[in-house]
Unconditional design. Structure first.
Length: 148
């Protein structure tokens, strides 16, 4: 079943595409009214559906282990962001910039770790569904139990 039929329903009119818009479904330029955000969210939803339809369902134990790892990484990311916010609010230095030098890298590292945790979860889930070996990433390869 296609996501969108090529014909319009009776009583409905098709919206014209805006100039410079690559996708006529949105009807406005990507820089205004969240068009870029809507397109990104739609692509994420399609990608998620594709992941669920990829290969066969893995053993639930492996899926739960993958999710526990994802949640552990996210807890660490939240702790880094909270530490950055606490440093920005509560450290007392004569120079305001010094607090930011400490706080901003912690918050950026936390945000990067949250993104990396999602990408790791998605790659692992896809590999398990396709019955492929799991990829060894930099964080795992250089951990104390890793091969570095």
């Amino acid at each position: 079943m296609s996501e969108r039929s090529s014909e319009t329903e009776p009583g409905q009119t098709e919206r014209p595409a805006a100039a410079g818009s690559a996708n006529p479904d949105f009807g406005h330029e990507p820089t205004r009214d969240g068009g870029t955000l809507r397109r990104w969210l739609a692509s994420r939803a399609r990608r998620e559906r594709r992941l669920e339809q990829t290969g066969s369902a893995p053993d639930p134990r492996f899926t739960f282990a993958n999710e526990r790892t994802f949640l552990a990484w996210n807890r660490t990311a939240l702790a880094l962001i909270a530490a950055g916010l606490a440093a920005a609010q509560f450290l007392q230095f004569n120079l305001h910039g010094l607090r930011l030098i400490i706080a901003v890298p912690l918050m950026v590292l936390g945000a990067a770790l949250a993104l990396a945790s999602f990408l790791h979860w998605e790659d692992s889930e896809r590999a398990m569904r396709l019955r492929q070996p799991l990829a060894i990433r930099g964080c795992r390869a250089c951990s104390p139990g890793g091969s570095c």
